[in-house]
Design a protein around this ligand. Structure first.
Ligand code: UDX
Length: 447
């Protein structure tokens, strides 16, 4: 039997990584995006975003690059994709709708509608995007209706759990593989794709459409809840003069709780957790199950409160008003090892201070271009030291390794006031205090 030929539709964080990973597993892969500039970059082995390890994986497989396997190619043509593929992975994004909680399905809908007319033989279409429960059923019917091959086109749902910054590692070595299927072919084909020596020992959960869609939103809701739980504890610690970092360590030793995702600070952001919990609430409402998820509203508001709280701490630190005050902001991305500033708590805090009259200067190791695009009126500097020059307060808002490695004594030489607020509980208070800084963090005693 000839090896399966795979296509990947949508080449953002998810799709570009999935395409490269499929080539790494030995498949012939064709990636598609509707943005020609992205395709040109990928075809030249360059990644349109910052994702550690992805460029190296592309270099190994993109056709035409010296020494590559040639297994990975890119196109903008659905016709080509339809003619090539036996399995089509749909990896386009599902952002939050403008001005409301629900999920914008227009990219998924249009990818399916563009692909379907080119499906002339039995194939499997696999959705990987995060979608409201019920979407897979609707899309499966649509595909049969719009495809020349009709019933011979089957859909499977296969949610993706990768984290930005670890996309390659998470894709090649996932914790689990979840497959939602209706027919037998879906499971058989996806087992052929995923059951490789590399995935030995990885649990494979086979289930129905709605459960597979819900697994993803449930997982992200749980993670968001865990972060907001520890941030709620941080609020109580502040009121009671307790230390949330010690508290998290102590409860994390209980294996039932676990130490991960208990880092208190300015909260979660990014293209997934915030919009996923909102879309989940909206969908539950449509299904008449809104009461089941009212707690997520609280999870969201605890999270958003953290940003406001950081702004208040900074305002208090500079004497009650930002007017005429210089504020250095270290970090713009929603987390380290990414250039993504979507719904970034760091950029949001910087923006709020700027709008309240502060003179904000931001530095981020990888997120500067994206931050400038989203917030062009902020000040930007090309190093932490330059951002801190003349600052009355330094805010540490994204926990890049570069910031943990800063020399507080060197920074002390350029600021106006040695005052640092750690919004991620990631700097070493002893080092900063030893260099003469007043160090304050969220949910920790003032000392
Ligand atoms: C998340 C999920 O982890 C991933 O499984 C899913 O596929 C997509 O959404 P990602 O958005 O890349 O991944 O980032 P993640 O590492 O989960 O962090 C999300 C946000 O939570 C970041 O802003 C991070 O700073 C924050 N966070 C994380 C905390 O504030 N505290 C923590 O303890 C952990």
């Amino acid at each position: 039997m000839a090896p399966l030929r795979i296509t990947v539709i949508g080449t953002g964080y998810l799709g570009a990584t999935h395409a490269a990973a499929m080539a790494e597993l030995g498949f012939e892969v064709l990636g598609l995006d509707v943005v020609p500039e992205k395709i040109e970059m990928l075809a030249a082995g360059r990644v349109p975003m910052y994702e550690p390890g992805l460029e190296e994986l592309l270099a190994k497989h993109v056709a035409g690059l010296p020494g590559s396997t040639g297994r990975l190619r890119f196109t903008t043509s659905y016709e080509e994709v339809g003619a090539f593929g036996d399995v089509h992975f749909v990896c386009v994004n599902t952002p939050q709708k403008h001005g409301e909680y629900g999920c914008d399905m227009s990219y998924v809908d249009s990818a399916m509608a563009s692909l379907a007319p080119h499906l002339t033989r039995p194939v499997l279409v696999v959705g990987k995007s995060t979608v409201p429960v019920g979407s897979a059923q609707r899309l499966a019917e649509k595909l049969v209706e719009l495809s020349p091959a009709g019933d011979d086109v089957e859909l499977a749902w296969n949610p993706e759990f990768l984290r930005e910054g670890f996309a390659v590692q998470d894709t090649l070595h996932p914790d689990r593989i979840v497959i939602g299927v209706q027919g037998e072919r879906g499971e058989k084909v996806l087992r052929e794709v995923y059951e490789t020596p590399m995935s030995e020992g990885t649990p494979l959960v086979v289930t129905d459409f709605p459960t597979s869609e819900l697994v993803k939103t449930a997982a992200n809701s749980f993670l968001a809840t865990k972060i907001s739980f520890i941030n709620a504890m941080a609020e109580v610690c502040e009121a009671a003069d307790g230390d949330v970092v010690k508290l998290a360590e102590a409860i994390g030793y209980d294996e039932r709780i676990g130490a991960k995702f208990l880092r208190a600070g300015i909260g979660f952001g990014g293209g997934c957790l915030p919009k996923d919990i909102r879309a989940f609430m909206a969908r539950a409402g449509e299904l008449g199950a809104d009461q089941a998820l009212t707690f997520l509203r609280e999870v969201d508001s605890i999270n958003m409160r953290r940003r406001g709280h950081m702004v208040e701490l900074a305002r208090e630190a500079v004497g009650g008003s930002f007017l005429g005050k210089r504020v250095a902001v270290l970090g713009a991305t929603f987390k380290p090892d990414s250039d993504d500033v979507r719904d970034s708590p760091a950029l949001n805090v910087a923006g709020q201070i700027h709008l309240q009259g502060g003179q904000v200067t931001v530095y981020d190791p990888k997120g500067m271009d994206n931050a400038r695009q989203v917030f062009p009126t902020l000040g930007y500097a090309d190093s932490a030291l330059a951002a801190a020059r003349g600052a009355e307060v330094v805010l540490h808002l994204t926990e890049w390794r570069e910031f943990r490695d800063l020399d507080p004594a060197e920074l002390a030489g350029v600021v106006t006031d040695r005052l640092v607020l750690d919004g991620r509980n990631a700097l070493d208070p002893l080092r900063w205090r030893a260099a003469g800084w007043t160090y304050r963090a969220m949910g920790r005693p003032r000392a």
